[in-house]
Design a binder for this molecule. Structure first.
Ligand code: SF4
Length: 793
């Protein structure tokens, strides 16, 4: 369908549009018109992606004199491919209506691991090895050697691509990663380098968050992007954590040992070069006197990750004299490694600011702040000079230099935390030194400053006014949309008591109470007997899940559950979990029914949770049970330091942040059962701490949520003044009826039976009884004539 939003003709590839998609587009257009940033929350399953793509590409088409580029960031490769597939559909529709005028070039960009077509290189098991394997065949000095000696191996795909020179371009079209590989194989060109080259010419680029947020990657991939671009961060509810991770570094004993080995190897290489080709080292020295920016344009294959922090003007400075000579630089690094080793040798938890840490390095190891700042680039330069291609072997020393540069650059927004062991396993010494970034706005600031419009969108951004504070920006539009439904197909419930009327909770002092564990087990047992197909259970952590499953096993509850449905468990092993998910789906498909046990959050890292982003829609998830509230581990020193920083810098109270963070995780978990409007599902929040009241924003309950025994923090939360703002996304809250707020197991069971019976009735998909949930072209025209109120939900 085709319709008008003010001066823009929007091409939308379907015959009907949801009212919320239409409203979403109107708000998005306002932000584009104002050339500002925006925050838009809309439930998953309402066609957010296609609404975004349609509006932005149509907007660009309607203003051919000022074309805009779309940079679309996704969290996973799977999401990237899905986005490009939708864009393909849209593009075909636009071509049908507009002809060649609608032609665009849209590409997905990912790492070599996903784009390489050279079978020998691709055989390597991880990303770093594939990168290194490619470098071994394509580095400028390797190719120079191969020109003289045909026995030196190179990559034919790269050679062909280079030979084709300016003829190596992608014709207009939409290319998924798979399409790029097929095109590359057909032409004999390397798809990875081709895609990287085409990024600057493409109208739409789809890639991962890191390509914009991690300065090391953004510095080489995204530096050419023009200001007139619209950047979209999709599924951005955890964007603050991605920003923080991009600027945080951990150093363990193994890192230091590896770094020492790396330094020995570099030292041998320096000796070898001194004996055979000392002029190269001299040339490097002269180059460094001029400054890093003057090292000339590196061939595309010699680019390493760029500097994690340095602003451009520093690149023009001369490299400090004490690290210009390779052997001097090596001495500095050895002293730094030695110093860090000493710091790890501690029995106490230590916390320091970067400023005092740098002062301490200066007095103990004689390395000043400016030298630290240049470490990363100096190492890069040295590795190029020494013609090192197996960069995956040098990750340890890279980490140390990454650490040095960050600590030497930032005085605020970071802490250095040294812990002799993990708090949860105090008997195992495992010292770790972490440079932890607390300020998410640091990594995202260049993106806000550089690009015309940045769109942050997700199904869960509530409370929507917290993100601008966390990321330190001013959105011109900030809106939350609900889902227009033809029937009440979402049924959230809050369960506070078990079948014996005893309260249930994962509160720290209650979580291992046998009564709570038994009641949780009984709840699941009752539900498996009435809910058809798939049920997903989320626990607050892996350790809690392990403990509770063991107890259920010992008490026989697990066996009883398995009489109704098969049970599958998520583990930290990717292969195992993928297999479990596969079999879970098969059990749901064949009608046997299954239960999947998963965790709501990783304790340490936000990335890498195995079942992250997996949908449990339709019969794969008719019910999701959230056992407890997934608060972060509040004794974590890093979390405490971040909370302190947020309070002092952005005036965000600890309790506010913790509740917000827990509820966004919970909303993410439960939201995975609904992926379209034809779907239906129930959500049970099983925790006595009157989550209901917390959701409604009442004050006195908050302290109870914490797992922490840190009384100060608990008090802060307990007595903090909570406004009436809701903490869950409005599309869940609007279905949370008051009678479902304080249930026991038998009441929940009754509601579940009723709900399932209701869902089994036939219904009208486009919406009856005066509520339109699907709008046609005519409806939109009528709305334009002023009949909007009748149409909208
Ligand atoms: S040049 Fe391309 S095809 Fe060849 S090894 Fe590198 S990534 Fe693979």
């Amino acid at each position: 369908m085709k319709f008008q939003i003010e001066d823009v003709t929007v091409y939308f590839p379907y015959d009907y549009i949801y009212p919320e998609q239409y409203s979403y587009m109107i708000e998005l257009k306002r932000a584009l018109d104002a050339k500002g940033h925006c925050l838009l929350e809309m439930p998953t399953g309402t066609g957010k992606t296609i609404a975004l793509l349609s509006l932005i590409t149509s907007y660009s088409l309607s203003k051919p004199q000022t074309p805009i580029k779309l940079i679309y960031c996704t969290r996973t490769v799977h999401e990237m491919e899905k986005t490009l597939a939708e864009l393909k559909l849209l593009h075909n529709y636009q071509i049908k209506h507009l002809g060649p005028q609608a032609r665009i070039l849209a590409i997905g960009l990912s790492s070599r691991k996903n784009l390489c077509v050279n079978p020998t290189v691709l055989a390597a098991e991880n990303r770093d090895s594939v990168d290194a394997g490619c470098r071994k065949l394509t580095a400028s000095w390797v190719r120079a050697m191969a020109a003289e000696n045909p026995n030196v191996p190179t990559c034919q795909f790269f050679e062909n691509y280079e030979r084709a020179a300016s003829a190596a371009v992608l014709p207009p079209g939409v290319y998924t990663l798979q399409d790029l590989r097929v095109f590359g194989k057909e032409k004999g060109w390397c798809p990875y380098f081709l895609a990287r080259h085409m990024v600057q010419f493409a109208n739409v680029v789809v890639y991962s968050y890191q390509y914009l947020l991690d300065p090391k990657v953004a510095g080489i991939i995204s530096k050419e992007m023009q200001k007139e671009s619209v950047v979209v961060f999709d599924e951005a509810h955890n964007i603050d954590n991605v920003c923080i991770e991009a600027l945080s570094v951990s150093v363990r004993r193994q890192t230091l040992e590896g770094a020492t080995r790396n330094l020995n190897r570099i030292s041998q290489e320096i000796d070898r070069f001194k004996a055979t080709d000392a002029s190269r080292l001299r040339a490097e020295y002269n180059r460094l006197v001029e400054g890093l920016a003057l090292r000339g344009n590196l061939p595309i294959t010699d680019n390493w990750l760029s500097n994690p922090a340095l602003p451009d003007d520093i690149l023009k400075e001369a490299v400090p004299g004490n690290i210009r000579r390779a052997e001097h630089f090596l001495h500095v690094l050895r002293r730094l490694v030695q110093y860090l080793r000493g710091r790890l040798d501690t029995e106490n938890v230590e916390k320091e600011s970067p400023v005092s840490f740098v002062a301490s390095i200066n007095s103990h190891a004689g390395i000043d702040q400016k030298t630290l700042k240049f470490c990363y680039d100096r190492l890069h330069s040295l590795m190029l000079t020494l013609e090192i291609t197996d960069t995956d072997e040098f990750l340890h020393i890279q980490t140390i230099c990454d650490f040095a540069t960050l600590v030497g650059t930032y005085g605020r927004g970071f802490s250095i935390i040294i812990e002799p062991f993990d708090e949860r396993m105090p008997h195992i010494p495992d010292p770790i030194l972490q440079l932890s970034c607390h300020d998410a706005s640091l990594a995202i600031k260049p993106v806000f400053d550089r690009f015309q419009s940045v769109v942050i969108t997700s199904g869960t951004l509530s409370p929507i006014d917290l993100y601008p504070r966390l990321l330190n920006f001013h959105p011109v539009v900030s809106r939350s949309f609900t889902m227009s439904l033809t029937r009440d197909c979402i049924c959230p419930m809050v369960l506070t008591r078990g079948s014996d009327q005893l309260p249930v909770s994962t509160k720290f002092d209650m979580r291992s109470d046998p009564g709570v564990v038994r009641n949780y087990g009984k709840l699941l047992l009752e539900m498996v007997s009435v809910v058809p197909d798939g049920i997903v259970c989320f626990f607050v952590s892996y350790s809690y899940m392990d403990g509770i499953i063991n107890t259920w096993n010992d008490s026989g509850i697990l066996k009883e559950i398995m009489q109704h449905k098969l049970v599958f468990i998520e583990t930290q092993d990717v292969v195992e979990t993928t297999l479990a998910l596969d079999n879970y789906r098969r059990a749901c498909d064949c009608g046997r029914g299954a239960v999947f046990f998963s965790v709501a959050r990783m304790l340490v890292s936000y990335r890498g949770k195995v079942a992250e982003g997996i949908d449990f829609d339709r019969h794969y998830g008719r019910l999701v049970i959230m056992f407890g509230v997934p608060f972060q581990y509040t004794l974590s020193k890093i979390l405490l330091a971040r909370l302190e920083y947020l309070r002092d810098t952005f005036q965000i109270k600890e309790g506010d942040f913790l509740t917000f963070d827990a509820l966004r995780q919970a909303a993410q978990c439960v939201g995975r059962v609904i992926r379209s409007k034809a779907d239906y599902g129930m959500m049970i929040f099983a925790d006595k701490r009157l989550l209901a009241r917390a959701i409604k924003g009442e004050p006195e309950i908050m302290g109870d949520f914490l797992l922490s025994s840190s009384s100060e923090l608990v008090d802060e939360c307990r007595y903090s003044r909570y406004d009436k703002r809701s903490k869950l996304p409005s599309w869940i809250l609007s279905h949370l009826r008051d009678v479902n707020l304080n249930l026991s197991t038998d009441m929940a069971l009754h509601i579940a039976k009723e709900f399932l019976r209701k869902m089994a009735q036939p219904y009208e998909k486009i919406g009856g009884s005066g509520r339109k949930t699907l709008l046609s072209e005519e409806d939109l025209e009528k709305m334009g004539d002023g009949g909007m109120d009748e149409m909208l939900y």
